[in-house]
Design a protein around this ligand. Structure first.
Ligand SMILES: Cc1cc2nc3c(=O)[nH]c(=O)nc-3n(C[C@H](O)[C@H](O)[C@H](O)COP(=O)(O)O)c2cc1C
Length: 368
């Protein structure tokens, strides 16, 4: 069985689960615990994956497909598939190429990457590493509004297309794997964009960064951000129709249904379970993204059928990066795109936009 052990070549990784296993072999225990883990008993972490699998698909036959593709439009631009890279902190822990490799892989795959505030690479360097790529910026708000503004200004200056303000953190969740492993982010990797925004002369430790972050963001702050910022502002980390309505009332251009990949409030709703009520509340009035537990092209198809315009993937892209840098990222995104393309054809759709609620129903209870 030597061929099974030597999972060395990219083309032997034929599913996201293969990338997960391959990445696990590359990472030390502390880093793997940080990237793979969730909060508390990790119920939401597991449920995020399981909840997509509780939906079943209703394919339509003889649709006379001819040509079909996974291509879609987002923020006025075309993408090869409605699958973006979610913001993930400290990517140089996964691979020396870090955020630059992630951005280059996303660009190669014809999609977009969202850069975390807690990145080991500055926005301008990310943009330079992926010419022609599309980039969004994830924002954590800081107690000093000047720091928040400086972060936004750098992203705007580097050609980023939207701001995703994360509202389900800080404070950070109870990550027990990290506590057991005694894991802290290696401060030598640094967060240079943040260091510049704070005007600091040395890299801050993660504890210092968290101490500077605002714990008291309000809807009024979202409204100020949306009105002052030249880019569309999305609110990331919502799980209820009530909050989605509030986001729109306060000027958001869109919403990201997310529970931070199960890393914050354990037993928070799985995103697949929160998505339908939020899609109903928004009713097409704003862009709707979702992340958490997407591991298959048919998960993407289910999300789109439930009303999302696109999904983001966090850990799958990270596994690609950990495995093989930019090539791994492009590989995992390409794999998800091809799975989605096949799902579309088998569902009788020529494009992602044709997916509707009529293409899904809840699995019978006994099989869910
Ligand atoms: C290791 C790790 C770090 C993350 N860092 C951030 C972050 O800095 N900002 C943020 O808004 N979300 C962060 N997230 C959450 C992701 O943006 C996304 O919501 C989540 O990973 C989606 O779930 P998935 O990993 O199952 O695809 C992080 C997730 C992981 C796994």
């Amino acid at each position: 069985m030597a061929w099974l052990v030597r999972v060395g070549a990219m083309d032997e990784l034929i599913s996201v689960a293969d990338f997960e296993r391959a990445a696990a072999e590359r990472l030390d225990a502390g880093t793997a615990g940080y990237f793979f883990g969730g909060a508390g008993d990790e119920i939401t972490l597991r449920e995020n994956v399981a909840a997509w699998r509780r939906w079943r698909l209703r394919p339509r036959a003889l649709a006379g497909l001819g040509e079909w593709s996974a291509r879609c439009e987002l923020l006025g631009g075309e993408m090869s598939a409605p699958i973006l890279v979610a913001p993930v902190a400290y990517q140089r822990m996964a691979h020396p190429e870090g955020e630059a490799g992630m951005a280059a892989g996303a660009a190669e795959a014809g999609t977009a990457m969202c850069l975390s505030t807690l990145s080991n690479t500055r926005p301008a360097d990310v943009a330079a590493a992926a010419p022609g790529g599309r980039h969004l910026f994830q924002l954590y708000a800081f107690n000093d509004p000047g720091v928040t503004r400086a972060l936004i200004d750098e992203a705007v200056g580097a050609g980023f297309e939207a701001i995703l303000v994360t509202v389900d953190a800080p404070p950070g969740g109870n990550r027990e794997r990290d506590r057991r492993n005694g894991f802290t982010m290696p401060s030598e990797l640094g967060t240079p964009g943040l260091t510049a925004a704070t005007g600091g002369e040395r890299e801050l430790t993660i504890e210092e960064v968290f101490a500077l972050m605002s714990h008291s963001l309000t809807w009024a702050d979202v409204a100020d951000l949306a009105s002052e910022c030249s880019l569309p502002v999305f609110v990331k980390g919502l799980l209820t129709a009530e909050d989605a309505e509030l986001a729109l009332d306060h000027g958001a251009a869109g919403v990201v249904v997310s529970n931070h990949g199960g890393r914050q409030l354990d037993r928070a709703l799985a995103t697949a379970d929160a998505l339908p009520e939020i899609a109903d509340a928004l009713d097409g009035r704003a862009a709707l993204l979702v992340d958490g537990g997407i591991r298959r092209g048919i998960d993407v198809a289910t999300a789109l059928a439930l009303g999302a315009d696109a999904v983001l993937v966090g850990r799958p892209a990270l596994w690609g990066l950990a495995w093989a840098g930019r090539e791994g990222v492009a590989g995992v995104l390409g794999l998800l795109r091809e799975e989605l393309r096949l799902a579309l054809a088998l569902l009788g759709c020529t494009s992602p936009a044709e997916l509707t609620r009529a293409h899904v129903r809840r699995a019978p209870a006994a099989t869910a």
